[in-house]
Design a binder for this molecule. Structure first.
Ligand code: ZN
Length: 161
């Protein structure tokens, strides 16, 4: 079977940045399963895997535009310190989360002074060129329920209560 829309693709991957630093890998655990064509993974990687099958190994480089996007300067903003819970640690480099309209959103603390904190709402990998080293473990047809939900159930995928 080949990776295509409506198929469940299970793969091992290692993600490195331009400096060769490993950002994420499945190699120490279970492989990742995703539903092809359902925006479960970034567009540039999905496109590269289209039509591949079990045993396929590839090195895929994904530019920011097809990964997590370019950094948006407007996503960096200042917020008054009193908008944060007093016990929240506001240290540059630390990620904090807040309740957004569609659930929690996460920000990186850029800098802090007496009155305000500067936060960056960009995805941590925005602006990064991503290097994936992937190995397709399995390709199977998605169940009707998986297609309906837009994600994979069971091993390597989504677990419902
Ligand atoms: Zn589901």
């Amino acid at each position: 079977m080949k990776a295509a829309v409506g198929m469940v693709v299970t793969m091992h991957y290692t993600l490195t940045d331009n400096q060769g630093e490993v950002l994420d890998t499945s190699r120490e655990g279970e492989p990742l399963a995703y539903l092809h064509g359902a925006q479960n993974i970034i567009a540039g990687l999905e496109r590269a895997l289209e039509g591949t099958g079990a045993g396929h190994k590839a090195k895929v480089t994904v530019a920011p535009a097809e990964g997590y996007g370019e950094k948006d300067p407007e996503a960096v903003f200042e917020a008054p310190r009193e908008h944060f819970p007093p016990d929240m640690e506001l240290t540059p480099g630390v990620r904090v989360s807040a309740d957004g309209p569609q659930g929690p959103i996460s920000f990186m603390v850029v800098s802090v002074n007496d009155k305000t904190a500067t936060l960056d709402g960009n995805h941590p990998l925005a602006g990064e060129t991503l290097h994936f080293d992937v190995e397709i473990v399995n390709v199977r047809e998605a169940t009707g329920e998986e297609k309906e939900h837009g994600h994979v159930h069971g091993a390597g995928g989504h677990h419902h209560d």
